[in-house]
Design a protein around this ligand. Structure first.
Ligand code: FRU
Length: 467
């Protein structure tokens, strides 16, 4: 039976594992009316260890049904991050044309090889399901992509591009692209590692996909998570905008861009096989940071995901950015709407969405409780600062209290939307053109908001719990 999901800090509308450890979201694929979400999972402990793929499904991206562990370690190693596709034409030959398979492509991490300091301990394997993702069989010929002798060789993200499968793979300090007709035989095509990119840590969890602007212009986007080396310390996701010619990624703007300036959005990638009539590029990230992920003060489980987001390409002065917009399905959580007048108001509910309109050069929002625990979001000059130093429990790691800064680069702030759950705050500026995702651990629910620099028409939505 489902646990109660009511422990201190247990998110009430963000995805969490029922118990034990979770990191990266994996294998997101839409299939037959269901959004599948797999995740890096250690079912025996609340800290990172031998990785499995945990599993859940949703029909609306908001309510999740937990399913048994989908993929377990075997003689080739632990099951690290990767992706899943619907092999509609049965190119793999793993099933039949009448009932084509879902195929998961993941990294095998061989702990024995790693321990022995061999260099080839990460390889890629596949598993498949012919029963809507409920049971997974490993391919007998695993691994399908052997290691050429590079220690970090992982996190395959596969998609169908024109007439073949393309795999983006994180290989130490570069992204390698491989192609395949059948998900089994892979050919190296090219590498991407421009000298000016961010290399403060190892490259992980790539994603490659096209996005179209409102004006109809198509660009290819490459996500690369990096740990450490993020703009506010620790783990973060950089991205590049350019073109993919079927073999090689050509970057257009020679500038490091960051998907999120908060500390807690890592290893996020997008859903595959979302129906064309939907047309969205749906994303979810791991809402934590390797700097302290293993020691945050939760007991029965560790970590949550971000709210799902729809990625859109926005043109700004001849350049482009990827906006992360909260998916519209989240609106179904709203149960009660209030107009909030004046410079302060109280909250009668712990789960809220707050919509604010700045009307001055500077602004400041404080959300907190009677004990004085609070978070502060402030616009000052050309930057946005998020301060969680007084947010509640912070002493598990010294870096946790450091304020986080996002450069605005002249961005005019039109609206601020804040999602508050029991242990997170997500700030969306201009419907996701700038995002700060942050975890917090208040010892009492926040119930007070004070504002300066905003017009009087703030709106507050109280949100339902999904449990
Ligand atoms: C990213 C990551 C991946 C790896 C997985 C292991 O957070 O380090 O590169 O596959 O986590 O759990």
């Amino acid at each position: 039976s489902e646990p109660e999901f009511n422990e201190p800090f247990r998110p009430q509308y963000h995805f969490t594992p029922p118990a034990m450890w979770m990191n990266d979201p994996n294998g997101m694929v839409y299939h037959d009316g269901e959004y599948h979400l797999f995740y890096q999972h250690y079912p025996d402990s609340t800290v990172w260890g031998p990785m499995h793929w945990g599993h859940a499904v949703s029909e609306d991206l908001v309510h999740w049904e937990h399913l048994p562990v989908a993929i377990e370690p075997d003689e080739h190693g632990w099951i690290f991050s990767g992706s899943a596709v619907f092999d509609a034409d049965n190119t793999s030959g793993l099933a039949t044309e009448d009932n084509p398979p879902l195929v998961a492509i993941y990294t095998y991490h061989d702990p024995v090889g790693a321990e022995a300091k061999r260099d080839d301990f990460q390889t890629q394997g596949i598993a498949y399901s012919t029963d809507r993702g409920r049971n997974w069989l490993k391919y007998e010929g695993n691994p399908v992509l052997k290691n050429p002798g590079i220690r970090d060789f992982r996190d395959p993200k596969v998609s169908w591009v024109d007439d073949k499968w393309i795999m983006s793979l994180a290989v130490k300090d570069r992204i390698s692209f491989y192609s395949s007709p059948n998900l089994i035989d892979w050919t190296h095509e090219s590498d991407f590692n421009p000298s000016w990119a961010a290399y403060g840590g190892v490259w992980e969890c790539p994603d490659l996909f096209p996005l179209t602007t409102a004006g109809g212009e198509e660009k290819w986007v490459l996500f690369v998570s990096i740990n450490p080396g993020g703009p506010n310390g620790g783990s973060a996701t950089q991205y590049f905008i350019g073109d993919f010619d079927g073999k090689q990624f050509h970057v257009e703007s020679r500038e490091v861009k960051w998907l999120d300036y908060g500390a807690d959005n890592y290893a996020g990638v997008t859903w595959s096989n979302v129906p064309e009539e939907d047309g969205r590029r749906l994303f979810i990230g791991w809402m934590s940071n390797w700097t302290y992920a293993n020691i945050v003060p939760t007991e029965n489980w560790r970590s949550a995901n971000t709210v799902p987001r729809n990625l859109e390409l926005v043109e700004t002065n001849g350049d482009y950015l990827v906006a992360s917009r909260p998916v519209k399905e989240l609106d179904m959580l709203r149960n009660d709407t209030h107009k909030a007048e004046g410079s302060g108001f109280s909250l009668d509910h712990e789960l809220v969405e707050i919509l604010l309109t700045p009307n001055q050069e500077k602004f400041k929002v404080e959300i907190g409780n009677e004990k004085g625990e609070r978070v502060v979001l402030e616009k000052n000059g050309d930057q946005l600062v998020f301060d969680r130093s007084q947010s509640g429990i912070t002493d598990f790691h010294e870096a946790f209290s450091k304020p986080h800064t996002a450069p605005l680069n002249g961005l005019k702030i039109k609206d601020v939307r804040i999602y508050l759950d029991r242990s997170s705050v997500e700030v969306f500026i201009n419907d996701g053109e700038l995002v700060m995702t942050e975890v917090i651990f208040p010892t009492e629910h926040y119930n007070r908001v004070s504002l300066s620099g905003f017009s009087a028409d703030s709106q507050v939505h109280y949100l339902n719990s999904i449990w």
